[in-house]
Design a protein around this ligand. Structure first.
Ligand code: DGL
Length: 290
């Protein structure tokens, strides 16, 4: 049984059949391993929920692909997750959130949460009114999605951006500290912070939390005390709120499971994925989507 369009569109309304959705999994998708940083936050906040993680490892990276391509991939995957009986979908990839949120919402009838809206809303509302810096993939920065989202929440709030494409392979390679990571962080962040005083830095890419230490030490040299925001925690809070409002939360007296599916060789995912998740992943299945 699929959730009705009405239930999905108005999560605040308690549905008489909401109970039948409670034990269904939450679907989470990303271009590859990066979304595991979001899955980790979901597990911490909602340990009783079952999670189905979809990593599009055959088509990664999304960060430098055309918007229409990303939209098509994201909608394919969302359909797969809805067909797999997910009660809600998290777009864990920033680039897919930037380009495909509306299209995914039109494609499926279950509620959809992205990784940009929740963090943008919270940071935009910070009372200090200091400049917000956003770092992300080329696609995310070019889309202007963070800028629009922050502007919607708080008109006139100043936002500056910087694409940091090399952070993605650095994180996957495990080179998250040392001279190479430091030199790359310096090259990207120095111009960003040199331009004006910055109070907030949003890590607008799934991979950047792995580099948080080097990002923080570089940022501290130019903008001491800058607050760093990782969207994963804000996204987990948003999905919890949405499930509760819709009567879709699973019972809290159980331990949820996590299942992983990927579009390329699962063994490669298991190795890199463990570093992103901070614990081993026992198994992943291969699937095809079109
Ligand atoms: N998951 C992507 C993001 O958060 C980064 C990796 C990619 O380019 O696919 O934007």
């Amino acid at each position: 049984v699929r959730p009705s369009r009405e239930l999905a569109r108005s999560p605040t309304s308690q549905s008489p059949c909401a109970d039948s959705y409670a034990l269904k999994p939450i679907g989470i998708f990303d271009s590859g391993v990066g979304g595991l940083t979001v899955l980790k936050a979901l597990r911490a906040r909602l340990p009783h929920e079952d999670l189905l993680y979809f990593g599009d490892t055959a088509r990664v990276p999304y960060g430098n692909k055309a918007p229409a391509t990303i939209e098509r991939y994201a909608c394919n995957i969302a359909r797969y997750l809805e067909d797999a009986d997910c009660k809600a979908i998290v777009i864990a990839c920033n680039t897919a959130s930037a380009f495909a949120l509306d299209a995914v919402r039109r494609t499926v009838s279950v509620p959809v949460v992205d990784v940009i809206g929740p963090v943008a809303a919270r940071v935009a509302d910070s009372p200090d009114n200091q400049t917000i810096a956003v770092i992300g993939t080329r696609g995310t920065v070019r889309s202007g999605a963070y800028v629009r989202s922050i502007e919607r929440q708080r008109q006139g709030r100043r936002v500056i951006q910087q694409a940091c494409p090399l952070f993605v392979p650095l994180a996957e390679e495990g080179w998250t500290s040392g001279p190479i990571a430091e030199a790359i962080a310096e090259k990207y962040l120095q111009p960003l912070f040199a331009s004006e005083p910055v109070g907030h830095l949003i890590l607008g890419c799934t991979h950047y939390p792995l580099l948080e230490q080097v990002i923080r030490s570089t940022a501290d040299r130019y903008a001491r005390g800058v607050q760093i925001h990782d969207s994963a925690g804000y996204t987990a809070a948003a999905i919890e709120e949405l499930l509760e409002a819709g009567g879709l939360s699973g019972p809290r007296d159980r331990v949820g499971s996590s299942r992983f599916v990927v579009t390329d060789d699962p063994s490669a995912f298991l190795g890199v994925g463990a570093a992103f998740l901070g614990e081993p992943i026992d198994s992943a299945e291969h699937v095809d989507v079109r």
